[in-house]
Design a protein around this ligand. Structure first.
Ligand code: ADP
Length: 396
């Protein structure tokens, strides 16, 4: 029997999955159930083939039932006994989950409670875990939290200058996100540099974007805050703004603070600045064709990232082992890599025009050998870290 691991990433109306072989870590299949509680659509990918089913999915349990039957139908699993564990990406672990944790009924209550802080994510993932309790009883569920890796931040980094009881009674503090990716990259660099303690500024630039300052392989600061809305300019999120704007626009547009916050999450960022798209590929294409607004948008994005890099280098206050670009934009866009480095006036580095163009599988140096601060592009792999953390727990 070939042992397999299921990795699940759930939202309020969606569920992404990957199934991998335990031994080889080979991805056997991946896919997504979407529009759960709306109407329902399910896509499963096996190799290069893709199969889509339109079927009403009233809740997460129905989505998982369909997932299990499709895994059987396409012979991705012959028997459900092959699944030895389920790893769940959970957005918010608060101060409770400082590391990956085996989720039982008791822990599940805490995951749900933390939904106060991540209403779009934690409740959906909690529903998914509950459905697995019912449909695959006996198979361990491990929660890997996007906030855990950031729990090493000092108070100076996580406490906001707001009334203290907002923190003590209402959990208001910086938690950060994308921790799974920042941790994966840190470990990848430790291995690459053959060094236990690494000092890095990691730039996770995707649809959502965040930076982390890594000193001696631990997070000392990160750009997302109580929620993923803070920090960099993102696909549709504003990143840092003056908080007064919310109340001002509520009054001007006669909207609720929730509606305005939704606009800051869904109608802002690259989409708003460019007036073109939230997708960097589209913006880059327009910029190449001479569109000044697209060019300005790319510069704004790059300047914000560069400002954070310099700030974090200062906070790390030690020789940097690298500035790392990762996630969709970071891994692939040489234009953005160049635009960011161009703005790093206080950091001594130089990109190599050859290396920046070169194809790579999972990691490449893109700076010149004589650059004081090396710059790398590294492909992130959150699923791989989830599998590793899951195996650490279930094999104990
Ligand atoms: P998510 O946060 O949804 O996981 P990704 O990490 O996949 O996002 O990143 C999506 C972003 O990466 C999009 O803005 C997309 O345009 C950008 N991207 C992907 N490939 C490229 C590329 N070759 N050049 C520029 N941008 C790219």
């Amino acid at each position: 029997m070939i042992k397999k691991i299921l990795v699940v990433n759930g939202g309020s109306s969606s569920l992404k999955f990957q199934i991998l072989e335990e031994e080889t870590k080979k991805i056997l299949s991946s896919g997504i159930a979407e529009r759960i509680k709306v109407d329902g659509s399910f896509t499963i990918k096996i190799g290069k083939e893709k199969f889509t089913t339109e079927k009403t999915l009233n809740n997460h349990t129905e989505a998982i039932q369909l997932l299990i039957s499709k895994l059987n139908e396409h012979k991705v699993v012959e028997s459900l006994d092959e699944i030895i564990g389920i790893g769940h990406r959970i957005v918010q672990g608060g101060e409770i989950f400082k590391k990956a944790t085996l989720i039982d009924e008791k822990q599940l209550v805490k995951v749900r409670e933390l939904g106060e802080l991540a209403p779009l994510h934690n409740p959906g993932e909690a529903d998914i875990i509950e459905a697995f309790f019912e449909l695959l009883p006996g198979v361990p569920n491990v929660g890997v939290f996007d906030t855990s890796f950031h729990q090493t931040m000092p108070k100076e980094a996580y406490l906001y200058a707001v009334p203290n009881y907002w923190y003590t009674k209402h959990m208001v503090r910086r938690y950060g996100a994308h921790g799974t990716s920042h941790k994966y990259i840190t470990q990848r660099m430790q291995k690459h540099l053959e060094k236990e303690n690494v000092n890095l500024v990691i730039c996770h630039l995707g649809n959502g974007s965040s930076l982390s300052a890594i000193k001696n392989s631990k997070v000392i600061n990160t750009s997302m805050g109580l929620s993923p809305l803070a920090g960099l300019i993102m696909g549709t999120r504003s990143g840092d703004i003056d908080p007064t704007i919310v109340n001002y626009i509520c009054n001007r547009l006669n909207k609720s603070s929730q509606e305005v916050t939704d606009m800051l999450n869904n109608e802002s960022g690259l989409l708003a600045l460019s007036g073109i798209s939230s997708d960097m590929r589209d913006i880059n294409q327009h910029a190449k064709n001479g569109d000044e607004r697209a060019q300005f948008t790319m510069r704004s994005f790059a300047k914000r990232v560069a400002t954070y890099i310099v700030d974090y280098a200062n906070q790390i206050n030690a020789k940097l082992d690298g500035i790392i670009f990762t996630a969709g934009i970071g891994e692939n866009s040489s234009e953005i890599q160049k635009a960011i480095v161009k703005e790093l006036f206080l950091i001594d580095t130089k990109l190599s025009s050859e290396r920046i163009k070169a194809d790579y599988s999972d990691l490449k140096l893109i700076s010149e050998d004589d650059a004081n601060t090396p710059v790398y592009a590294v492909r992130t792999n959150e699923e791989m870290l989830i599998v590793k953390e899951l195996l650490n727990i279930i094999k104990k």
